[in-house]
Design a protein around this ligand. Sequence first.
Ligand code: ATP
Ligand code: MG
Length: 244
Amino acid sequence: MNPAIEICNLSFGYQKNLLLQEVNLTINKGDFVAFIGPNGSGKSTLLKLILNTLKPKKGEIKLLGVPNFRFTDWTKVRYISQKVREFNDSFPATVKELIASNMYHQMGFLKLVTPKLSKRIDQSLEMVGLSKCRNEQIGNLSGGQQQRVFIARTLVKEPEIILLDEPLVGIDQKTQHEIQQILIKLNQKLGTTIVMISHNLESIKGQSNKIFLFKDMDVFNYTAKEFTVHLSKKGEWVVNNSYV
Ligand SMILES: Nc1ncnc2c1ncn2[C@@H]1O[C@H](COP(=O)(O)OP(=O)(O)OP(=O)(O)O)[C@@H](O)[C@H]1O
Ligand SMILES: [Mg+2]
């Protein structure tokens, strides 16, 4: 086994009350993991704990074998949120410039996009199917295209682990499908470890090999094979015979 993320006896609460209690989980390199569970069950919080922007009350988190508070190689671990919602359309940059801005420390003193970096930008845009939009103003693209640019911006760093917090919210079905396909391709072709929070329970089984259900302050682990989901008559999700 080759762990990407290890969480051991983790407890956390924002105030006195615990939100997550004695959580244990392992995500291996090359896994495609879905975090699911009701609103407020702690999914986004756990991503923040993994990224070391929140500190656990108890327990330990390791990234690529290193305790996360000592982890420094953040180019290998990237986070994508619901950027589209937060994005300001008047941001004055082209697609290429926005992606290049994520590579400043690789550009050297003169901050030039070398042919090698330019090729990496092209490869990232190709991966997300946006080669033609290279020189477009980012503000002129649709929400779904902007989200794909943000994925390309992440890919250009060649990360080993990508954490996504509901990246498909507010995006039309066709684009959702396209982004899912990009993530599957990344996972299968490049072996990138993907951890994605999702409320789209029906599409999870087709893309994830592991599913983590957040419930009652704990996190339950299912393989894709074990995982079943259906809608009850009342319209509630039922995961492996229990309501979520
Ligand atoms: N900064 C904060 N300070 C205090 N409480 C917070 C803070 N952030 C989140 N919470 C609370 O912690 C709980 C878990 O929040 P979290 O965002 O992790 O849930 P979630 O599982 O991601 O939910 P959703 O599916 O709605 O995104 C919620 O009750 C939320 O109100
Ligand atoms: Mg959330």
